[in-house]
Design a protein around this ligand. Structure first.
Ligand code: ZN
Length: 249
């Protein structure tokens, strides 16, 4: 599904998305930089989910061969579980915040939260989270190009320990791909997991509120193509009143 000439939405589950791929997938975005394209997050990577993502990409005018990179926001299964499969199938390079590299490469199921999520019955019993080589561990502020688009990595911990967001700048429009750092309506996604940190989450919201961007493209739920900053400001204003913003779930 084309969102703008720069970005398509090619995956996402039925629970918090638009039923485009596997039920538990987070939103999967596809940056269209022209000669180069890149996924931002990839979902859990079930065989049928991957086929749907690639079919959706093709419908948006982007065949798999043009996808050269995958940027991950964090290591949770609904965002990154399919990374190893996409890396092999599309021969793409995987980028993620440097702090998430070890958890994905081992993989460390405690660190990624997969062990807890599996025990809680969140993912199908036969599903496994495959280790993924990280080609491009990103430092805070790292800049990358995807064709005509520039992509800046911003550390935004809180939802989990090693979480990052991406500020994508195209000629005439900018986008914040916030992962699970902040959502439409100024909501947060705080969970009862060991590496979720409310105070870090608040600091990350303040960081994002200081940026200039047009669209807010979060990892779940509504997508805001205009005035996306107002949603982040809503969360930040709530924190300014010492009130915890509403939670996504
Ligand atoms: Zn998520």
């Amino acid at each position: 599904m084309r969102l703008t000439e720069d970005i398509a939405l090619v995956g996402g589950g039925a629970m918090t998305g638009f039923g485009l791929s596997s039920d538990f997938d987070a939103h999967v975005y596809l940056l269209d930089g022209g000669e180069e394209c890149a996924l931002v997050d990839c979902g859990m990577g079930t065989p049928s989910g991957i086929e749907r993502v690639l079919e959706n990409a093709k419908r948006a005018g982007i065949p798999g061969e043009r996808i050269t990179k995958l940027f991950l926001t964090h290591y949770h299964t609904d965002h990154a579980g399919g990374a190893a499969i996409y890396r092999e199938r599309l021969s793409l390079q995987v980028a993620v915040g440097a702090g998430a590299k070890d958890a994905l490469e081992l993989p460390d199921h405690d660190a990624t939260g997969f062990a807890a999520a599996k025990a809680a019955g969140i993912f199908p019993s036969g599903y496994d989270y495959k280790p993924c080589v990280i080609d491009d561990p990103l430092a805070d502020g790292a800049e990358r190009r995807v064709g005509r688009l520039s992509v800046r990595f911003i550390e935004t911990p809180g939802h989990c320990g090693a979480h990052g967001s991406y500020l994508v700048t195209a000629p005439g429009q900018s986008y914040l791909l916030a992962g699970d750092a902040v959502f439409a309506g100024g909501k947060l996604f705080l969970q009862a997991i060991p590496d979720c940190d409310i105070n870090e989450s608040m600091k990350s919201v303040a960081r994002l509120a200081a940026l200039d961007f047009d669209a807010l493209l979060p990892g779940h739920g509504a997508i805001c193509l205009r005035d996306g900053r107002s949603h982040v400001e809503l969360a930040n204003a709530s924190i300014g009143r010492l009130a915890l913003p509403a939670n996504l779930v």
